[in-house]
Design a protein around this ligand. Structure first.
Ligand SMILES: *[C@@H]1O[C@H](CO)[C@@H](O)[C@H](O)[C@H]1NC(C)=O
Ligand SMILES: *[C@@H]1O[C@H](CO)[C@@H](O)[C@H](O)[C@H]1NC(C)=O
Length: 255
């Protein structure tokens, strides 16, 4: 039981433990999301923040298609899964009206009555990380717009080190590094994130080789107080390697 609940913040705070942050950009045909369901079920103490992304955004319809609806409903049936909708901001150059209409379509999924396809928040991809007020205002307005529609878990993905306080005030979680596994090192990634921001920081590694030592990697990330982590063998989140997701989840559960 949490004793404090910050207003307008994620009900399950990202800072409570190191979570999984999983960009689930695979179309849910023929068992494509099974690895995620299985991990959520096998590792109940791990929170899986799962980003759904029908079409680089919510897609053209009011609701997702008839293949995606039952798949999101199933994700939402796990108490340790929080689903988030993908919106891209093109480094604060996307028109505000497009960003807001993307967000409002996701918010509208909560009113679909036949199944539970509600998302808990928004993952703003291609977020800026500079401290120019045009960029920080753009992102804080986007976050406020989403919170105003009840989407309280807000993630920014600049994919690179962010130090401007305004972004941490606006978002619950910031992806401070999205990088190939071979380019990752603790000293250039974890250690450069200011300590007060680590409990709002996520790290995502792509192109992870199959022999990677996930358990020691996860242990340094958890030890540094990083709020969320993910690694994929793929370049681009278009496939899930069951054994890798299992290693990440079991390392987090046992951390
Ligand atoms: C969502 O944003 C994209 C640009 O990222 C735009 O092409 C699309 O039309 C928007 N969708 C809605 C429903 O506004
Ligand atoms: C994150 O850690 C800082 C101390 O470094 C603390 O002041 C802050 O409340 C923590 N934030 C969250 C969301 O837990």
């Amino acid at each position: 039981m949490k004793t404090t609940i910050l207003s307008a913040a994620c009900l399950v705070p990202f800072s409570a433990a190191t979570d999984v942050l999983l960009p689930l950009y695979v179309y849910p045909l023929s068992g494509a999301w099974d690895a995620v369901y299985n991990a959520a079920s096998a590792y109940p103490d791990v929170t899986f923040n799962v980003i759904v992304n029908p079409d680089s955004g919510p897609g053209a319809g009011q609701y997702p298609d008839s293949t995606t609806i039952p798949a999101i409903n199933k994700l939402n049936s796990y108490p340790n899964v929080q689903t988030l909708g993908y919106v891209h901001t093109s480094y604060a150059s996307q028109s505000v009206s497009k960003v807001e209409s993307n967000v409002s379509v996701y918010a509208g999924w909560a009113s679909y009555s036949e199944s539970n396809i509600a998302v808990k928040g928004i993952f703003f991809d291609e977020a800026p990380n500079n401290d120019d007020p045009t960029s920080t205002d753009y992102m804080s307005n986007a976050a406020s717009y989403a919170r105003g529609l009840g989407l309280d878990c807000i993630i920014f993905n600049p994919g690179a080190l962010t130090t401007a306080t305004a972004y941490y005030d606006a978002a619950d979680l910031i992806v401070n590094e999205e990088i190939a596994y071979s380019s990752y090192s603790k000293s250039s990634t974890v250690d450069v994130i200011p300590s007060q921001y680590r409990n709002q920081s996520a790290i995502i590694l792509h192109d992870t080789p199959s022999g990677a030592d996930i358990s020691s990697l996860v242990s340094t990330i958890v030890g540094a107080g990083i709020a969320a982590f993910y690694a994929t063998e793929d370049c681009c989140y278009n496939s899930i390697t069951t054994s890798l997701l299992d290693s990440i989840s079991s390392s987090l559960e046992n951390a």
